[in-house]
Design a binder for this molecule. Structure first.
Ligand SMILES: *Cc1c(COP(=O)(O)O)cnc(C)c1O
Length: 340
């Protein structure tokens, strides 16, 4: 069986992006966030390629994700959301290393006799992590900490929040015994040499995302959706295309109906704004994107039923067109693609 929808994944580009981010990380080791099924592209696929290239530190969000990757025997796998009661058995089995985020998680890990762990500090994002008050109460005493980390809220912007968080991180880390420090995600790496510390944790940029202008021209596209033409039709001037008839043919037009829609992560924001490529030329989406189908203008083009077209998925451009973030464009790619 093959699907009328493909996601071509470029493993060479993935590895090249990791190498570029590793270079920008300077002396720091470069890890890889592979949560959310490798940002929609396949966690096992990404992890295998990056481990072969020398990546040693991988990050997922949950234990379910970690267990699914166990057959790969990754050198270092961390679970960002820490340990709940429900996770203790699998966490103690050594499937991965927990990133402890709360005083309760720390107490749970200590009481269970867990070994080396990672710890998340909150330095002003107010999402996950221990705060200054937790540290003052000595909650981390007696813990064997490998990576002590924090996460930047605004690394994709030139915000005073970045240096503020960095300063708080350094101050908080001073009183904690840990083997390694880690602060930077993809955008954080591009903030310069003050941010990588001992280990960086890029996700988005590995998969072709460009969160800061410094990364433009360095990061290559990894994900290439391709959809098959199910029908080519002639639309006379004055006729409309798609739900709610939002597009009216200004002149006689030929339209190709592609097997892709918002259920595949090709969001409705691409209606009248997305494009596909044929022989390197852009063909515009006309009318509304449906759940499973999208129409494009193919007037004057030799495109027939059964042909395959590349969807424009240059992430910064597709994000601007659709109004979605580059993260959502990747993680939304659905289950109906043949991932090749
Ligand atoms: C998702 C995540 C990352 C990766 O962030 P990107 O912006 O995708 O590079 C790094 N660290 C933590 C804690 C994360 O949750």
């Amino acid at each position: 069986m093959n699907a009328p929808l493909r996601l071509r994944r470029d493993a060479d580009a993935l590895v090249a992006n990791w190498r570029a981010l590793a270079r920008m990380s300077g002396r720091a080791a470069c890890g890889a966030a592979i949560k959310a099924d490798g940002y929609g592209l396949g966690a096992a696929w990404a992890a295998a390629a990056l481990a072969a290239a020398g990546c040693r530190d991988f990050f997922v969000a949950t234990w379910t994700e970690a267990v699914a990757l166990a057959p790969l025997g990754l050198p270092g796998l961390a679970v960002l959301h820490g340990v709940r009661d429900e996770d203790l058995d699998v966490a103690l089995s050594g499937a991965a290393t927990p990133v402890l985020n709360t005083a309760m998680q720390v107490a749970r890990w200590k009481a269970a006799g867990g070994g080396a762990c990672h710890v998340m500090l909150d330095t002003g994002m107010n999402r996950l992590g221990l705060g200054e008050g937790d540290l003052a109460s000595g909650v981390l005493d007696g813990l064997t900490i490998d990576v002590l980390m924090s996460h930047l809220a605004s690394a994709d912007e030139d915000s005073p929040k970045n240096s503020d968080q960095r300063g708080r991180f350094v101050a908080m880390a001073e009183g904690v015994a840990a083997s390694r420090l880690s602060l930077a995600n993809s955008a954080g790496i591009a903030l310069g040499a003050d941010y990588p510390f001992d280990l960086t944790r890029p996700g988005l940029a590995l998969y072709g995302g460009t969160p800061r202008p410094e990364l433009a021209g360095i990061i290559a596209q990894v994900a290439f959706p391709q959809a098959q033409v199910l029908q080519r039709r002639h639309v006379p001037a004055g006729e409309t295309v798609g739900y709610n008839a939002t597009w009216t043919a200004p002149a006689d037009t030929d339209v190709a109906i592609l097997n892709i829609g918002y259920a595949d992560g090709y969001w409705r924001g691409f209606s009248g704004r997305g494009q596909a490529f044929h022989d390197g030329e852009a063909l515009p989406v006309v009318g509304r994107v449906s759940m499973d189908l999208t129409a494009i203008d193919v007037t004057g083009r030799a495109i027939a039923e059964g042909d395959w077209l590349d969807i424009d998925y240059d992430l910064p451009r597709a994000a601007a067109a659709s109004g979605m973030s580059q993260y959502e464009l990747l993680t939304g790619l659905g289950g109906r693609f043949d991932r090749t």
